[in-house]
Ligand binder design. Structure first.
Ligand code: ZN
Length: 494
């Protein structure tokens, strides 16, 4: 008898609906069937899941895996390409398949489809041989999950931590559920519950309320007979869909009594409602930063520019935070900006020269525009690096080898600016190390993130502030022109 075989595929994107720039096929890293890359990118959740299946003695059959950094709405042709690769791989398996494993984000939107994961799962279910077999998925904690998606799959596991340090563990749990449903005949299904709450990413860290309480309640529910996993999706507020916001999903044994599962969901839902205000953080001010500087700190002050959160789709070139640093004439401060134009422009100059650059301000129409300023050109380097911390939030998106493209270091008086050619969420200190800088020596560091940076920066920070500048990821969700989100919903409708 041949070894059991499992089909693996993935489609991973967190889509910001309010950014005008579209995300095309060229923005996606492609692996698995139809590409030259193996599906198990080192250090990624996909790699961890394939390892679980292989250790069980089963074989992996690789479908396509497309993943891109968070950005604007995805061209639907990306989904069409993915489907055609999936179908070709599926046909070559000749129906000999025990189950399907999927890596999704949960908040992907194309120009034709606001619930892409549901569309993908429904499409998979109509393939010959895929109608009845178990499907298990691992998803990002920021997924906007719909009831109809949950009805298509048997098991679903969300990351439990934000920053996402547990992405590989979540993938392993989902792979183990797939094995148990196909090999031990465990009949699993998903039960969904929506809420009337949406929080900005800054309100979804799992070290703080409301997620702290919701996750601990979910762990307690997993002790109940019949509950395989309890997933709390904090949701992704900048993706405009009917299901945007907090949702709750149980993966349960098929024979679990419906009323017991619903009672468990009642408990989570009422917590999300009760703690809703805690998910709406307030921004800090320049005065807060100045007071911290005056009080004297022995380690860096971290200023998170949450409105230009690269990990949530922002361009990473908004100028608000850097303008504030320049206005305050900060001494010994550092910030990373994405600016391929400036990196290219510096190429013809020598280190130590003074050059006039137009820095940033091109990626978001609400930004006041580039900062025209004289800078001292310090150095240039290849921005490829291996994560200092393999459990970094970044590994959940891109594995452990990260490429920021060609990079340059420049200075405006006491402010060091690391310019990248590929926008890279500031979730790992290796970004500074590859530039020859120890970030612990800065007095102030600006990071374009909301929560994902904290795994890397908390250990070196004296104090942290959140700034809400003019970027696409504003803290006040009422400033966004939502069209599809269900109403009424907190905080849009009070
Ligand atoms: Zn996330």
């Amino acid at each position: 008898m041949s070894n059991p075989r499992y089909f693996f595929a993935g489609l991973f994107h967190e889509t910001h609906s309010f950014i005008s720039e579209k995300t095309g096929l060229e923005d996606f890293a492609q692996a698995g069937f139809g590409s030259n890359e193996p599906i198990s990118l080192p250090g990624s959740p996909m790699a961890a899941a394939t390892e679980v299946i292989r250790r069980s003695g089963a074989e992996i059959f690789e479908g396509p895996y497309f993943a891109a950094m968070p950005s604007g709405v995805v061209c639907h042709s990306v989904f069409d390409t993915w489907k055609s690769r999936f179908e070709a791989a599926w046909k070559s398996m000749n129906g000999d398949c025990e189950g399907i494993f999927l890596v999704f984000h949960g908040a992907m939107v194309t120009d034709k489809e606001v619930d892409l994961e549901c569309a993908a799962a429904k499409w998979i279910r109509q393939l010959p041989g895929a109608e009845e077999i178990p499907i298990s998925c691992v998803l990002d904690l920021h997924g906007n999950i719909s009831k109809s998606f949950c009805q298509q799959v048997n098991a679903l596991v969300a990351y439990q931590k934000n920053p996402h340090t547990d992405a590989t563990e979540a993938a392993c749990s989902a792979a183990n559920l797939l094995l148990s449903s196909s090999q031990s005949g465990r009949n699993l299904r998903c039960i969904w519950r929506g809420t009337d709450v949406v929080w900005p990413p800054s309100g979804t860290g799992t070290a703080d309320q409301p997620m702290l309480t919701l996750e601990s309640c979910a762990r307690a529910l997993e002790e109940q007979d019949g509950v395989a996993t309890a997933s709390v999706f904090a949701g992704y507020s900048y993706s405009d869909t009917p299901d945007t916001g907090v949702s709750l999903v149980l993966t349960v044994d098929g024979d679990m009594i419906e009323a017991r599962a619903e009672a468990a969901l009642d408990e989570l839902q009422s917590l999300a409602h009760r703690y809703r205000d805690a998910g709406i953080p307030e921004a800090d001010s320049t005065q807060d930063l100045l007071s911290a500087l005056r009080s004297g700190q022995s380690s860096p002050i971290i200023v998170a520019e949450a409105s230009d959160n690269i990990g949530a789709g922002a361009p990473g070139d908004c100028t608000g935070l850097l303008r504030t640093f320049i206005d305050l004439n900060l001494n010994n401060a550092g910030v990373i900006m994405n600016d391929p134009l400036s990196v290219a422009q510096l190429e013809k100059h020598s280190y130590g020269q003074t050059v006039v650059l137009s820095i940033g301000g091109r990626g978001w129409e609400g930004d006041p525009g580039p900062i025209e300023h004289e800078v001292e050109y310090v150095s240039r380097f290849d921005g490829k690096f291996t994560l200092d911390d393999p459990r970094s939030h970044l590994a959940s998106m891109a594995g452990v080898v990260i490429d920021m493209g060609q990079c340059a270091l420049v200075r405006i008086k006491g402010i060091t600016i690391l310019l990248t050619s590929k926008k890279t969420p500031p979730f790992d200190l290796g970004q500074w190390r590859v530039a020859g800088i120890d970030p612990k020596t800065f007095a102030v560091i600006g990071v374009k993130a909301a929560v994902g940076h904290r795994q890397a920066y908390d250990p070196i920070a004296s104090v942290q502030f959140t700034f809400d500048t003019l970027g696409p990821c504003r803290l006040d969700l009422r400033s966004l022109p939502f069209k599809h989100i269900r109403r009424p919903i907190f905080p849009l409708d009070g």
